[in-house]
Design a binder for this molecule. Structure first.
Ligand code: FAD
Length: 543
């Protein structure tokens, strides 16, 4: 039997292994929740497979605000337990993946008639620092009006009363997911994208296998397993329904939209978390040459597979931004990209979208299907720990086996070993070996691939290949990228952050993937059509 790796070229062998192995656990869904579960389970010694019907992180886990955060807003809702847990978790995730989780200074303007007063903000941030166990050098400090203007001259000075400065951690949700998947595979899990769970098989009314479908070829096959975890985010109820176990609590999806504008349109000096006139709060977060702003939070009952930013969503964000930064005069034409994601929240009678708890819950059906829903990107590790505990306890009792305890707290993720250096210093050090590239070029790669960056640089030099194609080569061979969608949307985020420059090299990269993988013509065309659709969908609000 082969040792699974993350090369797209290994797909056929991996499918054969899926068909011929009896697993302890099959995880359905390759978002952050499923990825975290696969890693935790593999580390404890379970024989685990994870299947994802699209690409890894294709669902909500590539469409969030991309913050690993202590959840200040939950303090406002008095969800103290969540603040404590996610606050501590963010320090752990930062330690495990310092290349994609970076501390980010966040300014909280205090305004007339805003949701936060000076005293309550100071007190709130202090409680937050304590609950979340914030490091001393990252603790909050308060600013008077003049200091706040100094920190951010673009703010609306007519309504400004002062500000609070604190730290959040900026991340890349889809890259965090793929680094967890890569680590899970290194630890013995078999993970594969474009494999859909279409049904379950039962013996004595208990699930004993998943019926799966290869999305590329249409081939259906069976994966035998003792336990199944449904970690499908917004699709959790769809998968529960297939098991005839959708009763009691169910999901309430809410949609969240972000818009992307060029940095020169909103040249803020740091991230800002600001009031909207309806009592909500939104983020403006600079990243390289752009700033992204969001999010909305509205109840969603339409097609789960294709949420997109509507004209109303975009206008809401623009209006709120212009209110807080009145001189920039942002218009819909300035928007260069958007994304839209669905929060898989647990329904609570009589609560509005923003009031619904972000807590996660586990449901276990009579047939043994274990579903996990709700939660946050930030809390993925703890969610995984809780649900893998359930599986290990059951298997330990049923089979008299022992399993290791959860060890993900200290598990470095793939790419995460920067030798204690900052991203900038790591890139500068690397440049001394790879003098053909600039520090800036290397730094961009380190932000995505961490200590695996040298593999890309070596390939580029040895094969005299430009960096874009060397990156595509890496993503195909080490990150299960099968096509331009995987590469431009989730592995590199270019659809969102560099959309205007994509077309230049699109055909070249498409050919690289289809030639290397010998993709059949119909599928190659389908992938291209899907990319065109995604490329247009982010600006569909203009139609
Ligand atoms: P998903 O990422 O949706 O993954 C589920 C996967 O299951 C999908 O990839 C899907 O294709 C797959 N699947 C579905 N059906 C099948 C099937 N039949 N067979 C195989 N696979 C299947 N959290 C934070 O901590 N910080 C933030 O800044 C933040 N911001 C957010 C902003 C927005 C707008 C939203 C919507 C959420 C935000 N969150 C944030 C929450 C966080 O993003 C989610 O909690 C998290 O991404 C959910 O991950 P998941 O793996 O449970 O679901």
């Amino acid at each position: 039997m082969i040792k699974p790796n993350c090369s797209a070229l290994q797909r056929n062998e991996l499918i054969t292994t899926l068909k011929t192995t009896n697993y302890d656990l099959v995880v359905i869904g390759g978002g952050i929740t499923g990825a975290g579960i696969a890693l935790d389970a593999a580390l404890r010694g379970l024989k685990v497979a994870l299947i994802e019907k699209n690409d890894f992180a294709w669902g909500t886990s590539s469409r969030s605000t991309k913050l690993i955060h202590g959840g200040l807003r939950y303090l406002k809702q008095l969800e103290v337990g969540i603040v404590m847990e996610v606050g501590k978790e963010r320090a752990i995730v930062y330690g495990n993946a310092p290349h994609i989780v970076v501390p980010e200074k966040m300014l909280l303007p205090i305004i007339k008639n805003g949701s936060l007063g000076k005293r309550s903000t100071s007190l709130g941030l202090m409680v937050y620092d304590r609950l979340a166990g914030v490091k001393k050098n990252e603790r909050r400090y308060m600013l008077n009006k003049q200091q706040t203007i100094g920190a951010e001259p673009l703010l609306n000075q007519e309504i400004l009363k002062g500000g609070g400065m604190y730290y959040e951690y900026r991340s890349d949700d889809a890259r965090l997911t793929i680094e967890i998947i890569k680590t899970a595979v290194e630890e013995g899990a078999l993970c594969l994208n474009y494999i859909k769970c279409i049904d379950y098989l039962y013996e004595n009314d208990k699930i004993v296998a998943c019926k799966a479908k290869d999305v590329f070829t249409g081939e259906e096959f069976v994966i035998n397993t003792k336990k199944v975890i449904n970690a499908t985010g917004p699709w959790v109820d769809t998968l529960r329904k297939k098991d005839n176990s959708l009763k009691g609590k169910h999901l309430q999806l809410t949609k969240g939209v972000h818009i992307v504008v060029p940095k020169e349109k909103l040249p803020i000096l740091q991230s800002v978390y600001f009031d909207v006139q309806d009592g909500r709060m939104i983020f403006a977060i600079p990243r390289q040459n752009i700033v992204y702003i969001g999010t909305t939070d509205t109840v969603y009952n339409q097609d789960i597979n294709e949420p997109f930013a509507s004209k109303e969503d975009v206008e809401y964000i623009i209006k709120a931004t212009n209110h807080m930064f009145p001189t920039i005069k942002l218009a819909t034409n300035d928007v260069i990209s958007t994304w839209s994601g669905l929060r898989p929240l647990i329904y609570e009678e009589g609560k509005s979208a923003s009031e619904l708890s972000r807590k996660d819950e586990i449901f276990i059906s009579d047939s043994g299907l274990i579903s996990i829903a709700g939660g946050k990107l930030t809390g993925y590790r703890k969610m995984a720990q809780r649900v893998v505990d359930v599986v290990c306890n059951d298997l330990a009792k049923a089979e008299n086996r022992t399993f290791k305890t959860c060890s993900t707290k200290n598990q470095q993720l793939s790419g995460g070993n920067l030798n204690g250096l900052s991203i900038k210093n790591y890139a500068t050090q690397l440049q001394q070996t790879y003098t053909q590239f600039s520090v800036d070029e290397i730094e961009i790669l380190v932000h995505k691939y961490g200590c695996n960056t040298n593999i890309i640089l070596d390939y580029s030099l040895k094969n005299q290949q430009d960096l874009l194609l060397a990156e595509a080569w890496y993503c195909l061979n080490y990150e299960f990228s099968f096509n331009i969608n995987d590469f431009y949307i989730r592995r590199t985020g270019r659809l969102y952050f560099e959309r205007p420059t994509i077309e230049e090299n699109l055909e070249k990269v498409h050919e690289y993937f289809t030639n290397t993988l010998q993709t059949n013509h119909t599928i190659a065309e389908k992938m291209k059509d899907e990319f065109t659709k995604a490329y247009n969908l982010v600006l569909a609000f203009k139609n």
